[in-house]
Write a protein that binds this ligand. Structure first.
Ligand code: 1CP
Length: 343
């Protein structure tokens, strides 16, 4: 089906466009009244993720309410560890929790991986197909996966962490087992992204949300080679890598075969350009907390951000939108980007 708005795809391919496209990480979620209503009507987060019709409805809500230039499929990065053999729970007000975690090489060897694991996530592919149908070409649909290191950290920690000390301990004490797990994750992520693309994803993003927990040396050893394998394998659609906190690895990230690099708010676009050159599109990077400010300040900060990025930019926040951000603040951000014109 032809897309009516393909701005984000053209931006990712560095084509000349009249203004940057805009979407927000975590745009489908608690900031929206429709999401809260549907969420309250189901048994829990997982039911929402695993019911294609409902997942499609919440995926499309930000396109209707905010008029963003892309939809991102409603799901979670934690479906991959689950397909590999570690089920997760989502504990209200606390976040994800894995009752069973990886403790040893034996646990790594017991995991399912690759095509076989990815095939289990049929509800995700059905949600993509259903969303594509309902979107009827209004905007492109983004598919996503967690990066190997970020998924590894949940599989070792069992939950979010401030220090990631259990996951990092495994890297230092059991490097061979750690590489074996990264390899299994990488194979599964590649198979999963390919199935998402076959089901209709127009662009894919890899979230390395906890990249900033690693030293440059560890990132080089345990994260970058696997990101490279993923980028090399995905050639069908544009791919974005968002490595939060990985400013120290930007020049190496710039060598990946990806179209777009996501920036968090700690890195200035000028600094990123100095490190990676002009060969890639950049995505980001307004501080999510900026959206707590009065509307006129949000507008001014957004315009400043657009000016700093210049061309080859996909406007977004520097990380996910917080659940208590007002709808009007998000709309102010979106409308300011959409009113912008390149010289
Ligand atoms: O309804 C609820 O209370 C659940 C909250 C929630 C939501 C709305 C979770 C649990 N996941 C999601 C959806 C989600 N997760 C999306 C939807 C699409 C969209 O962006 O609109 C996406 C892309 C994700 C990806 C995700 N999950 C990431 C990577 C992005 C990021 O924010 O860095 C991570 C780290 C997760 C883990 C996770 N799942 C849920 C929570 C609260 C978390 C973070 C927990 C932590 O801090 O460790």
């Amino acid at each position: 089906m032809n897309l009516k708005n393909d701005l984000i795809l053209r931006a990712a391919r560095q084509e000349a466009i009249e203004r940057p496209p805009v979407w927000l990480m975590r745009q489908a979620g608690r900031t929206l009244p429709g999401y809260r209503e549907i969420r309250a009507s189901v048994s829990g987060f997982k039911e929402l993720v695993e019911t294609p019709e409902l997942a499609a409805t919440v995926t499309i809500e930000p396109v209707d309410v905010h008029g963003v230039d892309a939809a991102i499929i409603f799901s979670d990065i934690l479906v991959i560890p689950e397909a590999m053999g570690l089920t997760y729970e989502l504990i209200e007000k606390k976040g994800p929790y894995f009752p069973k975690t990886i403790q040893s090489r034996k646990d790594v060897d017991a995991l399912q991986a690759g095509e076989k694991a990815a095939q289990e996530l049929h509800y995700v592919y059905e949600a993509l197909q259903c969303t594509k149908q309902k979107l009827a070409g209004r905007v492109p649909l983004i598919g996503f996966a967690g990066a190997p290191w970020t998924l590894f950290s949940y599989m070792l920690e069992g939950q979010g962490s401030k220090t990631f000390s259990k996951a990092k301990k495994f890297l230092y004490q059991e490097p061979a087992a750690a590489h074996a797990l990264m390899e299994k994750l990488t194979e599964t992520i590649i198979a999963y992204l390919k199935l998402k693309i076959a089901a209709g994803a127009d662009l894919v993003q890899v979230f390395d949300s906890w990249a900033g927990a690693l030293s440059p040396q560890q990132y080089r050893t345990f994260a970058l080679p696997y990101l490279k394998q993923i980028c090399d394998a995905i050639q069908e659609v544009p791919i974005t890598v968002f490595a939060k906190g990985a400013w120290f690895a930007l020049s190496e990230l710039g060598e990946l075969d990806c179209n777009t690099l996501g920036l968090d708010w700690n890195t200035s676009p000028q600094q990123a350009r100095a490190w990676i050159g002009n060969g890639k599109t950049l995505q980001g990077n307004l501080d999510p907390c900026q959206l707590y400010a009065p509307l006129e300040n949000i507008e001014a900060a957004t315009r400043k951000m657009l000016e700093n990025f210049g061309r080859n930019h996909i406007a977004n926040l520097g990380h996910g939108v917080y659940p208590d951000i007002r709808v009007e603040a998000i709309q102010c951000f979106v409308k300011t980007v959409q009113a912008w014109r390149y010289d």
